[in-house]
Design a protein. Structure first.
Length: 233
């Protein structure tokens, strides 16, 4: 009887930590970006300092959330076959390359861009096909991991991220339409733009692809020590 009570307390504690990590994650993404908090932080940290601090904080809380999901009570919903793990590994390579090719590039339609005033709708690159490449990467990452992890905690975790990626894009679209007077015209023009960069930019593209491969290797290496689970089948 005491052993059952002790096990029950441990289970409740695991779910409690998981819920707390979820709450902190969403609060950390809701509060710092709202006025007057964001202007106050940007005034003291600078735009780049704010972005760097916000990114580090987000990654740290995300790691805590994933670890909390791993430590939550295991409630199986389905048992994923080994090929799903191989699929997740393959998909994550594409996610890393997508991030490398789009992060920090001009993109007035979403977040994660830089030098948006320099955006050329006649040469939008991958932005021709996706307005929100970071959210696409997040959604693909979430769905791949959801399929490879069939327990309740991970289904809640990755299902929430997949939903966030879908709804987040619509929310950003509404905000951008209010703040960009020529949003629709710019978007329509970019849909007809050139995807393949001119030859003079190929070395820079190759460097970004290499950075994506390095990111993939770093994630594979750190996944076990940081998250607590090896990504390899």
């Amino acid at each position: 009887m005491r052993r059952e009570q002790h096990s029950g307390r441990i289970a409740m504690q695991g779910w409690g930590i998981f819920a707390a990590a979820f709450a902190v994650f969403f609060l950390s993404h809701a509060i710092p970006v709202r006025p007057p908090v964001r202007p106050w932080l940007v005034a003291r940290l600078g735009p780049r300092g704010f972005t760097a601090a916000y990114s580090v904080l987000s990654l740290a809380i995300l790691a805590w959330l994933i670890v909390a999901a791993n430590r939550a009570p295991f409630v199986p919903l389905w048992f994923a076959p080994v090929w799903m793990s191989h699929l997740a590994l393959t998909v994550m390579l594409g996610v890393c390359l997508l991030l490398a090719l789009t992060l920090g590039r001009p993109n007035p339609f979403s977040f994660g861009g830089a030098r948006n005033a320099a955006f050329d709708p006649d040469r939008p690159g991958l932005i021709r096909y996706m307005r929100h490449p970071l959210l696409v990467a997040l959604g693909v990452w979430a769905l791949a991991h959801l399929l490879a992890n069939g327990d309740l905690a991970h289904v809640i975790l990755f299902g929430a991220f997949a939903g966030f990626a879908l709804l987040g894009g619509r929310m950003i679209d509404r905000r951008k339409r209010r703040t960009l007077p020529d949003y629709d015209a710019l978007r329509a023009r970019s849909r007809k733009g050139r995807v393949i960069p001119p030859r003079g930019e190929w070395p820079a593209v190759a460097g970004r692809l290499l950075a994506g491969l390095v990111l993939y290797g770093v994630l594979l290496t750190l996944h076990g020590p940081v998250i607590g689970v090896s990504p390899l089948p």
